[in-house]
Ligand binder design. Sequence first.
Ligand SMILES: [Zn+2]
Ligand SMILES: [Zn+2]
Length: 109
Amino acid sequence: MENAEIPDYPTKADLDEFDWDDCSKCSGDGLRDVGCADCQGTGVINSLEGDESDCNTCGGDGTVEEECDECDGTGKIKPSEDEEPTEEQIGDWQSEVEDATTIVDESPV
Ligand SMILES: [Zn+2]
Ligand SMILES: [Zn+2]
């Protein structure tokens, strides 16, 4: 029997990016609200004259959005190579294996 091209057994790391788990740190947003450093989270800047004005850095919100360092702003966490594949992945893999072996069976010798 000819050697069939058996595809590698999948791991969860083979998943397409949109199937990755959401980052728990930013709930999948890729951004986190952090306190504005310029106004200490108050949203207001006090001038030397005692006037209050909206903080330009955060637009007066007191928070700024920062790229999540856990997921580099993607909102998704790449699964580990060690993680078991999903049932869907196994199903796809099994049909790929079947296709591969079927082609070999049908090919003329
Ligand atoms: Zn601010
Ligand atoms: Zn994140």
